[in-house]
Design a protein around this ligand. Sequence first.
Ligand SMILES: NC(=O)c1ccc[n+]([C@@H]2O[C@H](COP(=O)([O-])OP(=O)(O)OC[C@H]3O[C@@H](n4cnc5c(N)ncnc54)[C@H](OP(=O)(O)O)[C@@H]3O)[C@@H](O)[C@H]2O)c1
Length: 348
Amino acid sequence: MNKIKVGIVGGTGYTGVELLRLLARHPQVQLQVITSRGEAGLPVADLFPSLRGVVPLIFSDPAKVDLTQCDVVFFATPHGVAMAQTPALVTAGVKVIDLAADFRLQDAAEFEHWYKLPHSCTDILSQAVYGLPEVYADAVKQAQVIGNPGCYPTTVLLGLAPLLEQGWLDFSVPIIADAKSGVSGAGRKAEVATLFAEASDNLRAYGVAGHRHHPEILAQLKKLSGNDDVRLIFVPHLIPMIRGMLTTLHVKLNAQGRSQDLQAVYAQRYADAPFVDVMPAGVLPDTRSVRGANVLRLSITRQPDDYVTLVVVQDNLVKGASGQAVQNMNLMFDLPADTGLQVLPLLP
Ligand SMILES: NC(=O)c1ccc[n+]([C@@H]2O[C@H](COP(=O)([O-])OP(=O)(O)OC[C@H]3O[C@@H](n4cnc5c(N)ncnc54)[C@H](OP(=O)(O)O)[C@@H]3O)[C@@H](O)[C@H]2O)c1
């Protein structure tokens, strides 16, 4: 098989450099183009010494590159960038994986409400696939355009998929998702809230009254459960670490669900999912057990009154973004899902 020619738009950001780290060692990938508006002309390894001797490319100006020479283009950019360029790429037969939100929400009005931009290619949006491989693998394999899920949504949806698919939740109470992310989740741009003196030795909630991931999670919860009554309380927090995400989910079982052996059900549901690890009963996952790896770990704990608490961890930059994007690429090009993704977590 010829190597897959890969382009990355947005190579200077955190998800961009994470794509480079993973793809540079991917046996079936040839890195072709990496863009930056600000660093065009600079060798990639000059900006990222971690890639010295491994990535010989130079950043290109995105306005001047021909991305149609690629087989697949990753957009590791803010929302709005991918949808402007995707129609031409699709016409040229290039596959697109967008790490931003342009192709995640099927409802274009909802996208416009949350992202303050009209959607410019709703015809492509309607064909795009939500790239959560553990749930939508068959559709991902056929997809031309992937909306790679948000980091928080990945934890909530993989945490709850087995219960939603079985119809075992009591939707008379809302699902509660209490989520925490390391500061790399905000990207590499300069912002006061992520300065060392603001974010370290501190813990704070944000987006409590409304966060962009809320509509994305809710739409998928409805789809997975086939039930429009589902409600969600989602509260994200910023924690003083660089990588990592921990989401605690509280849900109530219905009459059918309360008699089930959930530990066994989860183990069976994810038995063939190489990147989802169901912890043994009584063992809770922690963020350092997934740092740098494309793994999501979760635990299931019964609580009084038919409540269940799930604790879900992932590296926001890997299973929450770039690793999941590579997992999607592997499926789209008919490769084993773990190709290039076998890197182990870094510990301590
Ligand atoms: N960080 C995470 O944990 C995470 C997780 C899941 C999803 N995401 C999503 O992934 C996307 C990238 O996130 P990030 O954290 O990597 O962001 P970032 O660190 O801020 O990087 C953004 C990148 O986009 C490029 N860029 C910005 N505007 C552009 C434009 N108009 N045209 C072309 N390139 C442009 C920037 O490069 P130049 O300025 O040099 O061109 C930079 O390389 C975002 O949509 C984010 O929501 C992030």
